[in-house]
Design a protein around this ligand. Sequence first.
Ligand code: XIL
Length: 336
Amino acid sequence: GEKGLKDYYKDYFDIGVALPTRNFSEAETSFFKKHFNSVTAENAMKIQPIQPVQNQYNFAPVDSLVAVTRRLNMKMRGHTLCWHNQVPDWFFKREDGSTIDKATLYDRLKTHIYTVAGRYKNDIYAWDVVNEVISDKKEEFYRPSKFYEIAGADYIDSAYTWAHEAAPDALLFYNDYNEIDSTKRSKIIQMIRGLQAKNIPVHGIGLQAHWALNEPSESQLEQTLKDFSALGLNIQITELDMSIYPKEHQSREWDAARDKNTLYTNDIANAQAEKYAMFFKLFRKYSKQISSVTFWNISDKHSWLDDFPVKNRKDYPLLFDKDLQPKKAYEAVIDF
Ligand code: XIL
């Protein structure tokens, strides 16, 4: 049949997509098969969805997605074993409502990782073990999450060790966003070097790559890829999208009304295509290090950015339009 995105990139890296757990139409399934060779569950493997109640696991939706992925001959990334978001309250609490101690947290996290990573050890080839523990604030190293408040930073080492014990063949990643900020990037690199020095099994670095029309610049992105390459680890782009709104419009405090007249015009579509072409030019340049590029969501019909960080602001961040038709950005990315 006709070439899809993954075919254009077969000599460079895998092309992935983040999928929800619902039934897919035949048109969707053939679209996935054409363009992608890797899948990430958008939510289903996070702690809240997969273990909403202690020791009661909700595996069925994940099992279906694993089955679809296998049927389509695609690889699967696991996302994520340890994150401060989408984690249920029970995880940090005793029955009487008080906060658990470090030993109990270790126990719960170990059980969770053993159960989830163990169950899918023959299905998932790469795990985002720990997600987003580095702070965005200049003067702060770790994010002050519940995990960190209760257990300090040592649990990060243990999470990798447990994941490795449960799924010995899986590549283990550290995943984070705002990686184009040089201060945050230095901290991420410092943490990874620390893990490497302690012989903790960490094999890769995931760049979420939630980017915007005006950021990163070419030099900023190149510096980012250069800095991470120096770690000598596998690099994966794990959650790529490009908001049409500039970086300065990306905060929870931003008033959606100020963007209400922003339409997806030809000018924006062209600018987006040019920017996407630049991203992929650099990804190809660093393809010795980069083994996979995953888009966060399927098409502009629905993106998590429609509701984040600004509620109810339609965004157009992907390569395909609401009818799964290739946008100018798609044409630009395959034109090399
Ligand atoms: C997002 C999902 O896309 C949304 O559906 C959900 O409501 C919140 O999480 N960083 C991550 C992803 O690592 O797991 C997030 O996914 C987007 C930001």
